[in-house]
Write a protein that binds this ligand. Structure first.
Ligand code: ZN
Length: 139
């Protein structure tokens, strides 16, 4: 059993940016010497999240609408008063969605449905440089 830790560096464009990172993870896995195991995909930071859905334009806009409905961006939150950075909604969306996801793999392929992509969700109000940690555990 081995543990391999890798990092993806991804530039985002701020709130509502949903980036499909499935192939990037698959490429790192294919280059590793691991055949079976699982990978923990973790985004560093408190205003982004990792999620999964069918990555097509209709759902991309549906998912954006869902976040807007659950945590509206035009409302004032207590956090906004703490730092004056007006991104209370970003933190709340990230808290709700969560920063990580574990995906099993076999024969050096992620075990995913055809319409199941791994997506980095940027919630912050400005473009960010995101660090995604990929921690593979397997053999
Ligand atoms: Zn903040």
């Amino acid at each position: 059993m081995r543990i391999i830790t890798k990092q993806l560096d991804i530039k985002t464009r701020g709130t509502g940016d949903l980036i499909n990172i499935t192939e990037m993870i698959q490429e790192v896995l294919a280059k590793s010497s691991l055949n079976e195991g699982s990978v923990n995909v973790f985004v560093v930071g408190s205003t982004a999240a990792i999620t999964s859905f069918e990555y097509e334009s209709g759902l991309i806009s549906d998912v954006k609408e869902l976040y807007e409905k659950i945590v509206p961006s035009d409302k004032t939150y207590a956090h906004d008063a703490t730092w004056g950075d007006a991104n209370g909604f970003s933190h709340l969306r990230a808290a709700l969605q969560g920063p990580s996801m574990v995906i099993p793999f076999s024969d050096r392929r992620l075990i995913l449905g055809t319409w199941q992509q791994i997506v980095l969700a940027e919630f912050d109000t400005r473009p960010r440089q995101r660090k995604i940690i990929l921690q593979f555990i397997g053999e």
